[in-house]
Design a protein around this ligand. Structure first.
Ligand code: FMN
Length: 245
């Protein structure tokens, strides 16, 4: 196991931070690592909004359902899918405007996700901790207004970063055979694999140091996915120029 793999396997989301800033040079290096991620057709369809204004932090924390770590983190970034520069490239080369193709939405969103994960991983490798904030999509309109995001840009998720002030037990992932298929998809194994994992996660929830609960993976997942349909997203994205065809 090399040190990069160890850093990856050591991941846990951190939501409590020391009152200690992140050196600007370190932040720049971390963001550079984010940009080093692969990019679909090299379009680099993302922007990072570094939110330092305390009022904006409060607005976004509230839009995200009152997540105080958005206010408390040393750094808070909003990672946006951004087709503005791609649109400029098309105009500059007489290729016509972007028309909101689903494929372009997927490319920009995947690029942003890869950037995001690289940023968090680089931060963790430097001893920082962080957590993504999908909660910003509870009210993407308010977040976009607050950050003055133009058309062709949407906030995919936030990212809190800071020096950790908590010890967090790791959440066990699914056993590899549950997600790895050899040559063809094996659906018949799904129920017993997930049921076994339910038992593992139930033990984890009962034994962990904080937020002990009587639950399992399927119960949490069903609740989380049905509770976060964010019905406003399609109209919001279409209004911003995405997902029109
Ligand atoms: C796209 C994305 C959005 C997330 N949004 C939130 C969020 O709004 N608030 C939060 O506390 N955690 C958020 N998380 C963190 C997940 O809850 C966390 O990754 C998951 O429970 C697994 O725990 P771990 O990261 O500690 O292994 C998000 C994670 C991802 C990947």
């Amino acid at each position: 196991m090399n040190p990069i793999m160890q850093t990856m396997l050591n991941h846990r989301s951190i939501r409590s931070y020391q009152e200690r800033p992140i050196d600007p040079d370190l932040l720049e290096q971390i963001l550079g690592c984010g940009q080093a991620a692969s990019s679909s057709s090299f379009i680099q369809a993302y922007s990072v909004l570094r939110v330092s204004d305390p009022d904006n932090r409060k607005t976004i924390a509230s839009a995200a359902g009152g997540q105080r770590w958005v206010i408390e983190a040393a750094e808070f970034l909003v990672l946006c899918a951004d087709l503005q520069r791609v649109q400029y490239a098309c105009e500059k080369n007489g290729a016509g405007p972007l028309l909101g193709h689903t494929e372009h939405f997927i490319s920009a969103t995947v690029d942003t996700a890869l950037l995001a994960q690289n940023i968090l991983l680089a931060a963790e490798s430097a001893g920082l901790g962080g957590v993504f904030i999908g909660g910003i999509r509870n009210d993407p309109q308010r977040v976009s207004e607050c950050l003055e995001l133009p058309d062709q840009v949407y906030p995919v998720c936030g990212l809190c970063l800071g020096w950790p002030a908590q010890q967090v037990q790791q959440k066990p992932r699914m056993p590899l055979p549950a997600i790895l298929h050899q040559d063809r998809y094996r659906q018949q194994d799904l129920p017993h694999q997930v049921d076994d994992y339910d038992e593992q996660i139930a033990r984890y929830y009962q034994q962990r140091g904080s937020n002990v609960k009587l639950s399992n993976w399927t119960e949490q997942t069903a609740q989380a996915i049905q509770g976060k349909t964010r019905e406003h997203m399609l109209a919001f994205l279409q209004a911003r120029g995405f997902l029109r065809r």
